[in-house]
Design a protein around this ligand. Structure first.
Ligand SMILES: *[C@@H]1O[C@H](CO)[C@@H](O)[C@H](O)[C@H]1NC(C)=O
Length: 289
């Protein structure tokens, strides 16, 4: 009987071994992990008709529990399958920040990393969103980046492209703080990122996903849904981005799994996460199959 229980335990343990949350810096891709997951997408599909794994505050890797939102480097996130990046850029030297904290890299460096990745994996498309750290200096950030990417001007699109048109390219996506690129439709409302109650946050994420899913004009809109959050602005200091991701990512996996069972053609848009694990990323990419 003991052996039987032991076996049962192993089985249960195994099934809960899905990696939906990751806070380890080292990326360990399983053998045969499909890095170029966009290869199998039909060329005619619009970017707005995809469900895309992304990261929130993509390069916030430093500064302690209140500031850190990700564990993997940009290059490792690309390899893991992330195709949307949220870059918080300072007008001062285009360095990457999370709030007041310097993240030991810059926009030019990030841009080069993505370009290098795309030259190797030229079936892929990467969405980049630039957010000026200080709204007041948005024009400066925009001009500096505009000048820098002048030679890559064909990468800046105004209309939603098909995946076939933008393979091997970066597509800028934007809200009003940065005007280069195609427009994003955010489902979050003001301050939705502040979390004091995990259950309520899950309900919010669910309603945002449902809103994007049910949109009739979805071909005209690239939706952005956040699963990330923090309790710090309300002094819930244990609700760090990491702790919240640990609670939310398994739920998100289950929810997306249920949604895809109910409708194999379900589509949401970009899902921006903190500390995603490989199985969560894969669950999202598989929604496109
Ligand atoms: C997924 O569906 C199962 C079975 O209906 C249900 O028990 C579970 O709560 C659902 N998960 C989520 C996150 O909605």
């Amino acid at each position: 009987i003991l052996i039987l229980f032991h076996r049962l335990d192993c089985v249960i343990f195994k099934s809960s071994q899905l990696e939906v949350f990751n806070d380890v810096a080292q990326l360990n891709l399983p053998k045969n992990y499909e890095i170029g997951w966009m290869k199998s997408l039909n060329d005619e599909t619009l970017l707005s008709e995809l469900t895309i794994p992304g990261t929130h505050d993509s390069l916030a890797l430093h500064g302690g529990p209140a500031a850190e939102c990700q564990a993997w480097s940009l290059n490792d996130q690309l390899k893991a399958g992330i195709r949307y990046f949220d870059l918080r850029v300072s007008a001062l030297g285009l360095i990457i920040m999370h709030g007041p904290i310097y993240q030991h890299t810059s926009f030019p460096e990030a841009f080069d990393t993505i370009k290098t990745f795309l030259s190797e994996y030229n079936t892929e498309t990467v969405l980049v969103r630039v957010k000026p750290v200080i709204y007041l200096f948005k024009a400066t950030v925009q001009n500096l980046i505009g000048n820098m990417i002048e030679n890559d001007i064909s990468w800046i699109l105004e209309k939603i492209p098909t995946i076939g048109q933008v393979r091997g390219k970066i597509v800028f996506v934007q809200k009003k703080a940065f005007e280069l690129g195609i427009s994003l439709t955010e489902t979050d409302e003001d301050k939705d990122y502040i979390v004091t109650d995990v259950t309520r946050k899950k309900e919010k994420i669910k309603s945002h996903l449902t809103k994007a899913r049910d949109e009739k004009e979805r071909a005209d809109k690239v939706f952005l849904i956040y699963s990330s959050g923090t309790g710090w602005p309300k002094l819930h200091v244990f609700k760090t981005p990491k702790n919240l991701a640990e609670a939310i990512n398994p739920w998100l996996y289950d929810h997306l799994n249920n949604e895809s069972k109910n409708n194999p053609k379900v589509c949401f848009g970009v899902i921006a996460m903190d500390f995603p694990g490989l199985d969560l990323i894969r669950k999202i990419t598989e929604l496109n199959n």
